[in-house]
Design a protein around this ligand. Sequence first.
Ligand code: GDP
Ligand code: MG
Length: 218
Amino acid sequence: MSTRRTTTIQSQPHSKASFLKVILLGDGLVGKTSLMNRFVTNKYSETLLRTIGVEFLNKDLIVGGDVYTLQIWDTAGQEQFKSLRTPFYRGSDVCLLVFSLTNRESFENLEYWKKEFFYHADVQNNEFPFVLLGNKCDATETRVVSREEVDQFVSTCPNMEYYETSAKLNENVEKAFIAAIEKFKKFEEDALNRDPFKADDQKVDLNKIRKKNRPCSC
Ligand code: GDP
Ligand code: MG
């Protein structure tokens, strides 16, 4: 099952479309399904979640005039077995790592999920974009992970941005997904600048296009 929603973030003329596979990773019960549902359907329910059982939901976002189709993959409860299938990870463009601010173990397991992702997604570049979500920030009375600890963890990761979210109160949820798109865009641009072959390919393509479009002089 999949659904598709569109949210316009900035109303500018569309210039190009991109398809992004976004995966949500982290311990069970940290709020991954709730975050996905909040983002895609703007709904939060404490009872519906267990029965949904979907693998992904689609949502279109328009950011800076470009259309992005996010295909958001959720783990449908398998995270307790600590072994998700490789197709789940493969082809990911950006990874949202989730822990609960009310559960220390879920914070301590982040390193595990990160390693798991690098291994199964077969990602070689350690600059791969991550957005870290400390969820349940509304539950201030039961919070057990401090901002300082999280900042310390983030500072050890080469390309990670952190948001404190609440799926329940809809805090920072859309912002985090927009950040994921922006991190992906930056990563792509940097990769193009780093990889001379890709850059050369582009030049060749541009030349071809220019030649093709030139009026025939023969
Ligand atoms: P998942 O196993 O990571 O997919 O987590 P779920 O989305 O199923 O949520 C697990 C439990 O945490 C459910 O009882 C949710 O209602 C609750 N939950 C999810 N997000 C929040 C949040 O932002 N704040 C609070 N207080 N509870 C949340
Ligand atoms: Mg879930």
